[in-house]
Design a protein around this ligand. Structure first.
Ligand code: PFF
Length: 464
């Protein structure tokens, strides 16, 4: 039986939900460490360029496709291709997006589970004890990720919270959660930023982030910036198509896209300001990748006055950001079952959530708990373990390929008249942006994303 399709209550509901999807571990965990690895300044600038010239146009395209068809990706492409040849190919693209949601959610919930554990450790005082002994935080983190029971528990709790929100639907679940968590997240982050500005390392952090030194920029960094723009804005897999399909026609598509992209960027940069100010205040050795959030930062928190509160606030912030992102990932998969297989929302949320959790368990056990899963090497030496293989597959292949074809679809398969008919609804402001968007989506975005894919295939490059 057809069920009435959900809709956001209004503009704010959409913006907060979509910004909730965009702002996540990508902003608070990945962005700071890739910025650190790429020496700050010039990388930040290139990243902002990638968001503006590629991310923003594709976000406008995704919202347009979703709102025009009122469907999640598979159905959206089918409707737009009705009566034309090649529809199967584009529906296949929608299906790639749904699969990417499945894959990403299965490992994303594992890391999200860590944030719950660290929030608890900060509140209970255990983190303070570890921080007091040199090397203890590193040792703890190593043994924690290899502890199968703890990993599965964290993943399971996080998945349950995610299912809970999707189960209650667009307005009473997803939007309601975003409306509470996003303002709290902003409040915590702004408070931490104000605090960071009083620390000794603030000046050095600002120089690191905002004084570009282009001689340190490599082509690898440019690709990493571009690739990260997709992940952080939730683009390339139809999450924004799905959220756009619940948007009403009174909202302006370009204005909403601009606000979401700007909020996501500001939050990523503020997170860097907070982290680097604190880290530079103590001249800490920064450990790579996951370490920055779970080992380096806790060590410095406790050298500050009120370290316990700062640490707890920080991990709650990351957990909230992760939750609004996992919700959007599950929504993409569930809305496929709702739109295409006529499942009820409750059935879709629970069944899909449970199926993804099964893979989540495998990922959770692939960080040391189970030898076979930890050594499993599907894609090459540097991606040992199921978790790393899937992250590599999603970030290097599924999202860029999805993004490339979404750009090509909006730019070349949809007529200018068609896209204009959609984006002009609800937009009262000037139309001067439209030709610029058409140019970016037809030429700039495909060439830039094509360059990422080319370099991965032919030059062996990778981004995180
Ligand atoms: N944008 C999220 C982050 O930065 O953590 C990750 C993500 C969420 C990617 C939802 C894709 C998606 F559909």
């Amino acid at each position: 039986m057809a069920q009435p399709r959900g809709q956001w209550s209004g503009k704010l509901g959409f913006i907060l939900a979509a910004a909730g999807s965009a702002v996540g571990l990508g902003n608070l965990w990945k962005f700071p460490y890739i910025t650190y690895d790429n020496q700050g300044g010039a990388f930040v600038l290139v990243y902002i360029g990638a968001v503006a010239l590629v991310g923003l146009p594709i976000m406008i395209a995704e919202i347009t496709i979703g709102r025009r068809t009122q469907r999640s990706p598979v159905g959206a492409f089918r409707i737009l291709m009705a009566g034309r040849s090649g529809g199967w190919f584009w529906s296949g693209l929608g299906f790639l997006g749904v699969s990417a949601g499945f894959v990403i959610l299965s490992y994303y919930t594992v890391v999200a589970g860590w944030t719950l554990r660290y929030t608890w450790m900060a509140l209970s005082g255990q983190l303070r004890e570890l921080a007091a002994q040199s090397g203890a935080l590193d040792a703890y983190f190593g043994s924690y990720v290899a502890n199968g029971g703890a990993q599965v528990l964290g993943t399971g709790i996080f998945m349950t919270l995610t299912i809970g929100a999707v189960y209650f639907g667009v307005r009473s679940g997803i939007e309601r959660v975003a409306k509470v968590l996003m303002p709290v997240l902003l409040l915590i982050l702004f408070s931490l930023a104000i605090y960071a500005s009083t620390t000794a390392g603030f000046g050095e952090a600002m120089t690191f982030l905002f004084r570009p030194n282009f001689s340190e920029l490599t082509s690898q960094s440019v690709l990493e910036a571009l690739g990260h723009a997709f992940f952080t804005l939730s683009l390339g897999m139809g999450a924004i198509i799905t959220y756009g399909s619940y948007m009403n026609k009174k909202c302006s598509v370009p204005v909403a896209a601009l606000q979401i992209a700007a909020l996501d960027t500001v939050i990523a940069i503020l997170a860097c300001v907070v982290m680097f100010s604190i880290i530079f205040s103590f001249d800490m050795e920064v450990s790579k990748s996951a370490g920055i959030l779970f080992t380096t930062l806790p060590a410095v928190f406790f050298q500050l006055d009120g370290g316990g509160i700062i640490a707890a606030a920080f991990f709650i912030l990351v957990a909230f950001a992760a939750l609004t992102s996992t919700i959007s990932l599950l929504e993409v998969v569930s809305s496929y079952a709702i739109d295409e297989l006529a499942w009820s929302r409750r059935q879709a949320a629970m069944t899909m959530g449970a199926a993804i959790f099964v893979f989540g368990v495998l990922n959770a056990l692939s960080l040391g708990a189970n030898d076979w899963l930890t050594d499993l090497n599907l894609l090459g030496a540097s991606h040992a373990g199921l978790f790393n293989s899937l992250d590599y597959l999603a970030s290097n292949w599924m999202l860029p390929v999805g993004g490339l074809f979404i750009a090509l679809f909006a730019g070349w398969m949809m007529s200018s008249k068609d896209t204009w008919a959609e984006v002009s609804q609800g937009h009262d402001g000037s139309a001067a942006w439209y030709p610029a968007w058409r140019f970016l989506i037809r030429f700039v975005a495909p060439v830039a994303v094509g360059a990422i894919i080319f370099s991965i295939i032919f030059l062996g490059m990778e981004y995180q």
